[in-house]
Design a protein around this ligand. Sequence first.
Ligand code: SF4
Ligand code: SF4
Length: 174
Amino acid sequence: MITDLVQIQRLGEKKLKENELFRRHMKAHYFPERQFRHVAEEIEDKIDCRACANCCKVAETNISERDVEKLARFLRITPKQFIAEYTTMSVQEEEEEELILRRTDAGCIFLDGNDCSIYEARPDTCSNFPHLIRGAGSIQSRMWQMIDRATYCPIVYNSLEKYKEIVGFKAPKS
Ligand code: SF4
Ligand code: SF4
C-alpha cells in the first residue's frame, strides 16, 4: 500500500486517463457494492488520517445550510456571522457557485497543524470523506470525484487500485 503523499500525487496524476477509463468501466457494468466498501474500510483502517490531513490541505470543503447552523452554534456566533467570517463562494468550471469554507495558504481555515479545530462539529462532507465508505448514492455514481481524489488521498488511490484487481480491469496499453 502506498501512503507517501508525493508518490500518491505522482501516480494519481499519471493514472488520470486510466482512472477515467476505469470510471467508465464501473459505470457500464454492475458490480455488488459491498466488496468496494469492504476494501475501502480495510484500507482506511490502515491509514492514519490525523498524520495525513492532506484533504484538509488541498481540497475545497463544500458546506450546507445545516453545516452552517451546526458550526455557528458550536462557535457561539450567528449563522450570518459564520458565513461572513468563515466562508466564501467557489466557482467551479461549468458548475454553479457553491458555499465553501475559507482557506489559508495552509489549507482549510479550521486546520490547526494537522488537526481540525472544529472536529466535533465538522461539516458532513468532512465526516464522510473520502466518500468511498459513506456518502450519497452508489460508489459507481461517485466515481467521477475519485479520479481527482486519487491524486491526493491515499485511501482513494489504494482503493481504486484494489477495485481494478477485483473487477479484472486492465489499463489499455498506450
Ligand atoms: S473543517 Fe476540519 S476536517 Fe473539514 S476540511 Fe476543515 S480542517 Fe479538515
Ligand atoms: S481522507 Fe485521505 S487525504 Fe484525507 S486525511 Fe485521510 S488519507 Fe489523507
